[in-house]
Write a protein that binds this ligand. Structure first.
Ligand SMILES: O=C[C@H](O)[C@H](O)[C@H](O)COP(=O)(O)O
Length: 236
């Protein structure tokens, strides 16, 4: 790691590695989605290759994490084949002081919520730029909606005071389509004072599959920082 490297990438790399080092042999591991957990999956693969980590299986939270696990040699299984998850490691787009999260920047929050909530231990890995004093400060809330319900669901979200915008593809014409074949609406709220209530209210709208607010589910947040050009990791 050199002083000239991108500091955000350095933070993600360091925190991703720290999380991979928490995994013990024999564990069933939830594999999160995004650019930070990509490092975790890579380092898990390194530990497996060196013989330090044995008999682990991963549960991917997206097509992306499935592809990365195969690339780095992390064996995979499915939720049908196991009865628990020992540890899940996942990224986040925002983390508040109570360890509540906004997730779904990669449109993977539905599968992530299934896997992360099942885990006995849920570890979040972020760079320090993700810390906020209140959810919604910098990031909109991603909401996955089945395509036939997109118009009434967006109207219902607007009535709640949200400003919904359909997420559009990059290098693809038209909207982002999730791993489940649905659409994602990014919703700005002026003030999210009760994330617990907003999470439930959004999920009650007919046609909404899941939203990216994660409340009271995180055991530990590992935060990557750079001080004097050196990456370090602290815990919350
Ligand atoms: O849908 C994607 C996920 O919730 C990611 O974990 C989240 O967007 C953070 O991604 P990154 O580590 O790339 O910032």
């Amino acid at each position: 790691m050199t002083a000239t490297a991108d500091p955000v990438k350095l933070m993600k790399q360091e925190v991703g590695k720290a999380a991979a080092n928490l995994v013990k042999s024999g564990s069933i591991v939830g594999l999160g989605t995004g650019s930070t957990t990509a490092f975790t999956i890579q380092f898990l693969g390194d530990r497996i290759k060196s013989g330090e980590l044995k008999d682990i299986v991963g549960i991917p939270t997206s097509f992306q994490s499935e592809v990365l696990a195969k690339q780095y040699g992390v064996p995979l299984t499915t939720l049908d084949a196991i009865d628990h998850i020992d540890i899940a490691i996942d990224g986040a787009d925002e983390v508040d002081p109570s360890k509540n999260l906004i997730k779904g920047g990669g449109a993977a929050h539905t599968r992530e919520k299934v896997v992360d909530y099942l885990a006995n231990q849920f570890i979040v890995v972020v760079d320090s730029g993700k810390l906020v004093s209140r959810l919604g400060e910098t990031f909109a809330v991603p909401v996955e909606i089945i395509p036939m319900a997109i118009t009434p669901a967006m109207q219902a979200i607007t009535k709640l005071g949200g400003k919904p915008e359909i997420r559009m593809g990059v290098k693809k014409a038209g909207p982002v389509i999730t791993d489940q074949g649905n659409m994602v609406v990014d919703v700005r709220f002026d003030n999210i004072s009760d994330p617990d209530n907003l999470e439930k209210t959004l999920n009650n709208i007919p046609g909404v599959l899941e939203n990216g607010i994660f409340v009271n589910c995180v055991d530990k947040v590992l935060i990557g920082e750079v001080k004097d050009n050196k990456p370090l990791v602290r815990e919350m």
